[in-house]
Design a protein. Structure first.
Length: 142
């Protein structure tokens, strides 16, 4: 654990405060109220996972793209939920131990750069926001 903690601390310092910046100001697009992606590292359990938080106008579809423009998430509401719309989403991935997936390997899965969040409201208006930089890292010592 003592060898993992300094690595996590360096990653925490490098990855904190990834600000949100909004996409081009297109009158046909509106930003999400919140669009965040961050890494959760648990130093006690020595595991790591990714978390995403979205909030905004009622949407029927949302996609997230990594800095390499690869789609990493695609959610579409169906039937009555599509008509009603969703406004908030929070999820976290599984949290493999560092014995299963090294921190370097995990960070390579979620590289530094701009993560793009795209959606479509129940009215058909496009939603778009971006989170820049290294995803923020939250480090837990329990």
């Amino acid at each position: 654990m003592l060898t993992v903690f300094p690595v996590a601390l360096v990653v925490l310092i490098l990855g904190t405060a990834a600000p949100n910046s909004w996409a081009d100001d297109d009158e046909n697009e509106i930003p999400f109220a919140k669009a965040k992606i961050f890494i959760e590292f648990n130093a006690t359990d020595e595991d790591v996972g990714i978390q995403v938080l979205l909030d905004g106008e009622p949407w029927k579809r949302v996609k997230v793209f990594d800095p390499n423009e690869r789609k990493i998430l695609d959610i579409t509401a169906k039937r009555s939920l599509r008509k009603q719309g969703l406004t908030e989403l929070f999820f976290e991935s599984s949290e493999p131990s560092l014995d299963e997936v090294s921190l370097d390997e995990f960070l390579a899965r979620f590289p530094e750069g701009e993560y793009e969040f795209e959606g479509r409201t129940t009215n058909g208006v496009e939603l778009e926001s971006e989170a820049n930089g290294v995803p923020s890292i939250v480090c837990h010592l329990s």
